[in-house]
Every structure is written in C-alpha cells, then in structure tokens.
Design a protein. Structure first.
Lengths: 213, 213
DNA sequence: CCGCATCCCATGTGATACTG
DNA sequence: CAGTATCACATGGGATGCGG
C-alpha cells in the first residue's frame, strides 16, 4: 500500500487521501472562485512554498480535481466538475472554522478569494430573497469586490463598479458577520468606512451575510 | 507566527489549522459515533502511530474539539459540542470521497465506526420516512451492527439483536449503496449474504441508503 | 493489558536559489 | 512567469519501552 494511504475502505479516508494534504483545500478554495494562473494562486497563498504549490497542482490534477487549461497563450488551472463538488465541503469547513476565529493578528492577511468564499459561506439566500436586490462595493486594501445580491442569488466579482453602498473594511468585518458588532457600531468604530451610498444599507448587508458564533 | 499556521484570516484556514493535520478528522469521525477509549481509537485506526494518536488527542483537546472524560475508572475521549459541529464537514467529505472509491483492495479494512458514518452519509431521511420502520442486522467480519431505521431517523449501534433482515457483507456493500449493484445481484453474487429474514428487504435497504456515484 | 512516551529513520514541508 | 533544484528541518511512521 502507498505509505500515505490510510488503509481503510471508506469515503472519508478516500477524500482525505485526495485533498487532505497541506494546502490542497486552500488551492481548491481559490479555484472555486474561478480559474487561476499559477502566479495568481501563489499570490493568493503567499506562504505556500512554490515547490509545494507545484506538487499539489500535479497531485490534484492526477486525482481529477483540477485540470490545466490553455487559455490564449497562458495556462490556467480550473476545477473539474468533480473538483467543483468539493464546494459543500469547503463551505462547511469555512462555517465551522469561522466560529473559531479570534481577533485578527497583524500578520494575518485577507485575500480576495478567501473573502469571496467567506461571503458565500455566510450568505443566507432565504433572507436575501426577502430583501431588495442590492449591489455592495467592498474595498479591502488594494482590492475591490463587487457583491451583487439579487433575490436568493449571490455573485461576487473582483472588479469595481457602481454600488448601492461602497465601503472599505478589513478583517474586522468578521465581527459584523458574526453579529458581535452591530452595523452602526461597525461604522462608528471605523471597522467599516462608508465611501459612497447610504450607510444604513449595512444593516441589510449584515442581515444577508450572517454566521453565528 | 506559528510555523504550521497559514497566515490568513479566514474560516477555512482556521478550520484546517485545527483539524487539517493528518489523522485528525478520522479521530473525529470515530468520535462522532460515540465516546471512545484510547485503545478503541487505536483499534479503529490500525495504521496510526501511537505517538501521533497521542499528539492529535492533545491538540484536539487544546482546540476545544474533544475532552478527556473519566468514566468509572477509565478515561474516554468524547467530542465537545463544538467538536460535534464537525459532523456536516465529515459527512460532506464522506459523500464526496465515496464517489472516488474504486474497488476495495485486500489490505483496505472496514471498521465499524467508518461503516457507521458511511451509513449516516448515505442515509436518506425523506425516503426512509415513506417506508416502514425496519431493523437491519449487519455482520462485517467479527463485528455486528444493528441498524434501526424508524421514520426519518437512523440509529446505528454496535450490538447484536433481533432484526427484520440480518446479513453478512464486506466492503463490496459500497456497490450496493452506489446503485452499481442491484440488491438481488448483490445476493446472487455473494456480496451480501442473507443470514436471517426476508432477502427482499435488501431492496428497502438500498433505497434507504443511497449515494450516487 | 491500557495508555501513552521515547527513539530512530523516511518523508514531507519550507525557504531560497535557479532556470527555460 | 511558471515552474524546478537543493538543502535544512519538522513531522509522520514504525518499533519498542514502561509505568500504573
């Protein structure tokens, strides 16, 4: 038997053999947002050694989870349909781990892809369906996200554009999503800085994206 | 920063820091079935080095996922409420990995706890609710499981007792659950051996426990 | 025996340098 | 830009020891 196998005939062990290695599910997390080039993956996972990234990509490809796809002269990595089926796993992990987040430390970064998956985790379709469609523009450091909520559907794109509410924030937004911090307090304390639009729309945001701690 | 941390402020990375180490989620898998002693965990994970088991138990305890509980002179490990919240993660992983199972190899074992969690993964409450309550007795090598399906609820216990259908089987049962093998074919080919009761109840079993490949 | 702790070695990981 | 090569080190795997 291969030394890194668990020796059990079981779905969970099989899953862990395929995506249980260090960094593997984080690569999947970023690819769930969209196809990514090697350098984009490396940028979204700043602490991954480049040889490990290369090794994981090879393993995940051999496992049928992702594929290298040539896109007009450059190569992108994209999930296969089977790889995409990991989304429930990643969302469940994210929801569980969210509750174990303590206050952010300085060296902890927030990447656009990680925020995007966090928003997908915290998104409450049934609540959103009852609210008017809304576009939020979020600036996180140098990155901008356009968060479109239309009925029960969510779309998060890495672009800028017109928004009903544009705000700048950082890791502290997790306290807004957890309900630990009320929207008006978030604005008052500077955790969220309103750039354009009606600040009271942050109430709607907090209702739409919520994950109890 | 601790060297084994990912350096991101994100629920998924946090989750992987807590339960992403090798063997950790398999320990959780077995504890989801019930409290277990050190030796029981070691027996259910025959390939885990004993020092790694001890290390994981310590880490999972510090993370608030499990606790050591004295039970009448012996110590058992049991999940905390927060640890129990990993069940959706484990079930999602199991459902995904189930589809990647190929034919079992000789050295791959099936443990009572892994089978129990597989049954929980494959259980279809809405289908079961439409069927009469049924008790199945499954013998897997030396182990016996009593599988009680009552309405939309499932209970799997490691004991023997009266059953509407008692059968012996092995890893090949996964082909029954995946639908790859019809119930009558499973009996005909010896994948499932009926010990007592009406063999046609295996149809009901296959309807109740199903996970498409 | 059960519940670990210790030792040793193979392997995986991390940091850095390097190449097509 | 997209990886490969190299090397130090941490972790995992396997055997064994050992106290209660």
């Amino acid at each position: 038997m291969a030394p890194r196998e668990y020796g059990q005939y079981c779905g969970i062990t099989r899953a862990l053999e395929l995506v249980g290695e260090r960094w593997a599910l984080l690569i999947v997390r970023d690819l769930l947002v969209g196809p990514r080039r090697y350098g984009e993956l490396a940028a979204g996972l700043p602490r991954i050694p480049t040889n490990v990234l290369a090794a994981r990509l090879k393993e995940l490809q051999e496992a049928g989870i992702l594929r290298r796809a040539p896109r007009s002269r450059v190569i992108v990595y994209e999930l296969t349909p089977y790889g995409h089926e990991l989304e429930p796993v990643v969302l469940a992990l994210g929801a569980w781990g969210f509750k174990a987040l303590d206050d952010p430390r300085d060296e902890q970064i927030v990447t656009p892809d990680s925020i995007t998956m966090s928003l997908r985790t915290a998104f409450r379709p049934q609540v959103a369906a009852e609210l008017p469609s809304t576009v939020y523009g979020a600036r996180l450091g140098p990155d901008e996200l356009l968060i479109r909520v239309a009925g029960p559907t969510l779309d998060v794109a890495r672009e800028s554009g017109p928004a009903d509410l544009a705000f700048a924030t950082g890791p502290g937004i997790h306290r807004l999503i957890s309900g630990e911090l009320a929207p008006d307090r978030a604005i008052a304390t500077g955790v969220v800085e309103v750039l354009r639009g009606r600040g009271d729309l942050l109430d709607r945001f907090a209702s739409t994206f919520h994950l109890a701690a």
